[in-house]
Design a protein around this ligand. Structure first.
Ligand SMILES: Cc1cc2nc3c(=O)[nH]c(=O)nc-3n(C[C@H](O)[C@H](O)[C@H](O)COP(=O)(O)OP(=O)(O)OC[C@H]3O[C@@H](n4cnc5c(N)ncnc54)[C@H](O)[C@@H]3O)c2cc1C
Ligand code: SF4
Length: 469
């Protein structure tokens, strides 16, 4: 239950709770945890919005969705209009309504948040997107006449999908290249079904295809074709949205033992390869009794919550800072706590021990304390001398974050790359290479779905400007 505040002078300061599956039930299934609002709930929550003249919530949205307008349409019970308003600015509302960190974006700036709970903008966005899907409405947005220009989009994550749909709407022929056998990027191989059902992602990929975007799966740019080969064929411009999928490791002794996974491998097997549907899908994921997940971000929460559902008896999240510094969304931390995942804060692994047959059987750790803030502004964790201890575990998932995918940078000699492996761009996504733009995690090194979408949108409009002048 969310904390209840006393209403003041006609303002309703309490948001409508969203129903969720009970923790004891959801620990045993991969079905979506949050069930979404009913119509009555959506109407009540939308009714709290006071339609501020200054519209601070819009400033907090990286793709500038006209939030007061789409909420007003709900208040007026005109959901078709609400869909129209939203789709002017986003092609992926069902996804954003589920996974965007609204609490640090639009909702953080909501006027009601000063005195009580901000409007549940994400939940309302999700409600409207789901309503459209359930009605089977296939409205086409306004499409510009064909420009005769052709653009390649590399990578089908939220950034690539957004760039492709924007460019198609602007009248360009768009071909989207994806290395995997399914489109969607992290939305399909990383974020689990219980947080983002794949049916929703597929629906939004289908919407992008309905705009005329041609999708080539199983095509690895840098192996099947290079950027130069694309530019030397009939493509006028390229958008690169290849993301950050290269796992990072602790680099401590014993990290190569069996049953120590990178979160990438673990989540890809669980989600994309559907280990959770074994034996219907012949791709099991070997799981021990005691699992340690190292890290404190969304990836760590997803890996820990998958482990519970795949049958682990005890799951520990081991994080070197405290709960307050965790980068994961608070909602996901709370969900994990409700699912009886145990958190070991201010703890850092220093090595792994073998059972004598090359399987991990324990993790050596040291306790940490928080020192002065580091470059990220968070207090730096410092080891406490003599506080070493051993934790018995038989499975480990390392979820420390990802680095940019190196294939496109490595096969494109005149593309400027930073020392972190990210592609260097200007504020409109223009790279050092003629006719090539980029955005999303391959540029930021790892951020959010909505920031990838925002950057893709800006780059798509810059590509359009270039192509029509
Ligand atoms: C497990 C997990 C959970 C997360 N949870 C959240 C969350 O709750 N909220 C949130 O906002 N963000 C979350 N994030 C971050 C978010 O998913 C990313 O910031 C976002 O997906 C980046 O989008 P993108 O389009 O830049 O790249 P990606 O989504 O990484 O997509 C890149 C695509 O490019 C393809 N590709 C790579 N190289 C090539 C190539 N050479 N040729 C062709 N295709 C290629 C990849 O296969 C992939 O499909 C999470 C990330 C992970 C890993
Ligand atoms: S800031 Fe909050 S209350 Fe004001 S218009 Fe935006 S959503 Fe509504």
């Amino acid at each position: 239950m969310e904390e209840q505040k006393k209403p003041k002078k006609g303002l309703n300061l309490n948001r409508v709770d969203m129903p969720k599956q009970e923790p004891a039930v959801r620990r045993n299934n991969f079905n979506e945890v949050a069930r979404g609002y009913t119509w009555d709930m959506a109407l009540e929550e939308a009714g709290r919005c006071i339609q501020c003249k200054k519209r601070p919530c819009v400033e907090g949205c990286p793709v500038n969705i006209d939030i007061p307008e789409f909420i007003k349409a709900i208040q007026e019970e005109d959901l078709s209009e609400s869909v129209r308003v939203m789709e002017r600015k986003t092609s992926l509302p069902g996804i954003c309504g589920r996974v965007c960190p609204q609490e640090s974006q639009c909702e953080e700036l909501c006027t009601l948040g000063k005195k009580g709970a901000p409007i549940a903008i994400g939940r309302l966005e999700r409600y409207v997107a789901d309503w459209k899907r359930e009605q089977g409405i296939a409205d086409m947005p306004e499409m510009a006449p064909s420009t005769g220009k052709k653009v390649a989009v590399v990578g089908s994550g939220p950034g690539g999908l957004t760039a492709a749909s924007e460019l198609a709407k602007l009248g360009h022929t768009v071909v989207l290249f994806e290395a995997l056998q399914v489109a969607g990027g992290v939305l399909v191989y990383g974020i689990p079904e219980f947080r983002l059902p794949k049916e929703i992602v597929q629906g939004e990929v289908d919407f992008v295809k309905s705009l005329g975007v041609e999708v080539h799966l199983d095509t690895v740019i840098g192996i099947n074709m290079t950027l130069d080969e694309l530019l030397n064929s009939d493509y006028d411009a390229i958008y690169v949205g290849t993301g950050a999928g290269l796992p990072m490791f602790l680099r401590v002794p014993g990290e190569n033992l069996n049953m120590i996974y990178s979160a990438n491998e673990f989540l890809t097997r669980a989600n994309l390869m559907k280990a959770y549907l074994y034996p219907d899908y012949a791709t099991p994921l070997k799981m021990g009794r005691r699992v340690a997940v190292i890290g404190g971000g969304n990836v760590a929460m997803d890996a820990a919550r998958c482990s519970v559902r795949l049958g682990a008896e005890e799951v520990y999240v081991v994080y070197r800072r405290s709960r307050a510094e965790m980068p994961a969304r608070l909602e996901e931390v709370e969900n994990a706590e409700e699912e009886e995942i145990q958190f070991h804060f201010l703890t850092n692994p220093t090595g792994f021990l073998s059972d004598g047959r090359s399987n991990v059987c324990a993790m050596e750790c040291i306790r940490m304390e928080l020192g002065e803030p580091d470059a990220s502004g968070r207090r730096r964790p410092v080891p406490i001398e003599g506080s070493d201890f051993v934790m018995d575990v038989d499975t480990v998932v390392v979820a420390l974050g990802n680095a940019p995918n190196p294939l496109v940078p490595n096969t494109t000699p005149d593309l400027e790359i930073s020392r972190w492996g990210t592609i260097v761009c200007d504020e409109k996504g223009k790279t050092s290479k003629a006719r090539v733009w980029a955005g999303g995690d391959i540029v930021s090194g790892g951020a959010t779905v909505i920031s990838a979408m925002g950057e893709a949108k800006i780059a798509a409009h810059a590509i359009h400007e270039y192509l029509i002048t």
